[in-house]
Write a protein that binds this ligand. Sequence first.
Ligand code: FE2
Ligand code: FE2
Length: 453
Amino acid sequence: MLLGRRGLPGQPLQRWWTCGKLHSLTRKLYAGRMACSAPAVQVVSAGLQDKDVVNGGMDVYAISDLHTDHEENLAWVKRLPRGRHGNDVLIVAGDVSDDMRIFRETMAELVDRFGHVAFVPGNHELWVRGIDGDYEQRNEGARDSLEKLHRVLNICTEMGVSVKPCKVGNFWLVPILSWHHRSFDTEPDIPGIPPASPMTISDYRHCKWSLCSHENGSEAIAEYIDALNDGSWVESVDSSSNDVISFSHFLPHIELLPEKRFLYYPNIAKVVGSDPLKRRIQKLRPHLHIFGHTHFGWDAVVDGVRYVQCALGYPKERQKRYPSMLLSQNPRELMETPPESSRVKNPTFLPALVYTSTSCQQAETPPLPTSESGDAGDGSPQAKASEGTVPNGFGREDESRDGAVSVYPAAKGRMQPLHSKWSDYYQSNPRTPENLTLAPWAASRYQQSKRKA
Ligand SMILES: [Fe+2]
Ligand SMILES: [Fe+2]
């Protein structure tokens, strides 16, 4: 089912978006749900697969970092099933493409497949660059990253993609604009690693902030972008009586990134997160927050909020470090690397199902999985998940509500934790950023790049 798209082209920043489409959908869904005719939810997967599709309810899927300027990624988007998710919501947490031609093409494909697509821009959307003289078309005339941000949000509005907070039935969808700043990283640096600079960080080369006169990496630019949320901020969001799903491209907590000694480029920690974003989330208290940017699969509770990342990432990353990108309900899957052709061209774990309506039936709860310890051999730690150490849902206890949308992978009795290499690792290993010895895989990569230089 495709709903009518109501675009608001040319409207100013504070009026990008309307909730009308979602309210209309909600009415239809709730009318259908009253009849209680939805089939039982039998199988649930971390990924969107034909056999696991739940018909007759409203499900929320999430993905980030589509990077569809890579042919394989755009082809993957085009292979997502049509006609099966007309009632469902897809959250896209940034980094589709800096090329507005590809951005439009990608979002059109998604809008054709999902009842609702909600989007928050990533860093790539805000790049202003040209390749082979295509500056005008690539940026649709934008000369500054702020101008590009407004362009991207207006394109979304024209296409019927949500970019502002909105209530859907019993839950809120809240996109949060954010930008990274160097001081977000408070952990010790690894000696000898090149600093974050235009030489090492693409954002510092491709983002220009002349319209607001702030510098890349400064706290001022992070604060400025955060303040743009104020125009649409919903003070009335009440997370005690409504479920709240928020999403951003960047990280609100350094704990959502592996420690520097594990990273191929340790100083990436300086360009991943935002303190103003953290404060905004602390105020909002969402039940679930989706993020992106680092391309690591993640599902963990920090400061009482459940954080999930499910990134498609680059084809090369899926080739080389697929297990660290994977989200799965079964930690054993984290140790099984599928054939290269499948992981590069058709990863099946995405988009991740993060929330579902279960007003008529409860989802069945498979037993909590366990795994053995050891080295995964791919440059990331092996999961050491065991009962009692898996992420604990949305940071809440049982949250069933009469006849309403229920949190799916949460709450005792129907909780479905998703596993990933790194968030499982931190379930059973303390963070020790004072250890500055590079992990073997990071050390060998660093030596290689030193030799090349
Ligand atoms: Fe990305
Ligand atoms: Fe990013």
